[in-house]
Design a protein around this ligand. Sequence first.
Ligand SMILES: Nc1ncnc2c1ncn2[C@@H]1O[C@H](COP(=O)(O)OP(=O)(O)OP(=O)(O)O)[C@@H](O)[C@H]1O
Ligand SMILES: O=P(O)(O)OC[C@H]1O[C@H](OP(=O)(O)OP(=O)(O)O)[C@H](O)[C@@H]1O
Length: 231
Amino acid sequence: MTITIALPSKGRMKEDASAIFERAGMTISAVGNDRSYRGRVEGWDDVEIAFLSASEISREIGNGTVDFGVTGEDLMREGFAEVDKRVEFCARLGFGHADVVVAVPEIWLDVDTMADLVDVAADFRARHGRRLAIATKYWRLTQQFFSSQHGIQLYRIVESLGATEGAPASGSADIIVDITSTGSTLRANHLKVLQDGVILHSQACLVRARKENHAGEPAVQAIIDAVRAAL
Ligand SMILES: Nc1ncnc2c1ncn2[C@@H]1O[C@H](COP(=O)(O)OP(=O)(O)OP(=O)(O)O)[C@@H](O)[C@H]1O
Ligand SMILES: O=P(O)(O)OC[C@H]1O[C@H](OP(=O)(O)OP(=O)(O)O)[C@H](O)[C@@H]1O
């Protein structure tokens, strides 16, 4: 059986992902020329590498079209409901750290916690004639956190495809749910993270698609063991 591992072909996780495999004793070389989207691993003849973007990798693992991948936990949890039934998070790799957070305008002086936001959402329609609007590209994580965990039902998600932090200032939304690492983009846009507003601490993970043909396949466990030993 050939085992396919999807690794980032570009973007912020590319270099660190390759370095982990190198340390794991799995040296990757491109098949054909340097711009090829296929690779192989020296000494591991039954393993092939597919180079994809981090977001494509999460989709391919969730659909089971690749066996393993390196991608952000946020992308997996946003992409698939009940993701732990579909995939196994085999290892947290120690890079690509970012938090998915709820952030509100700094000038909302009396809003510091999710409980405060529950009150704001409840009053919003009476005060403003419409529901609280949340800009995000993380609509699944937002719905789980607001509706299931905090019982907030009165809100509207405004899907954002970029520059989410600008939405409150431009008036297209009241608050945001987005990723932050250094916090500088939030500060530049006069937004603050709620004290209990971290939805997910994300980082790059080695993720395995739960596939029946993995049982009894020694190379599957060998890959997991090699990567864990490299951490
Ligand atoms: N400062 C950051 N901003 C955004 N994502 C970050 C940051 N730090 C780490 N990440 C993580 O990087 C991953 C996204 O990486 P990247 O933007 O390279 O991939 P992508 O979404 O596939 O790229 P593209 O949008 O170009 O297709 C996510 O898992 C995210 O959590
Ligand atoms: O907390 P910080 O360190 O400021 O990082 C957070 C910002 O970085 C990312 O945007 P980026 O400009 O990298 O582009 P992207 O959304 O295309 O990844 C992300 O979408 C945030 O806007």
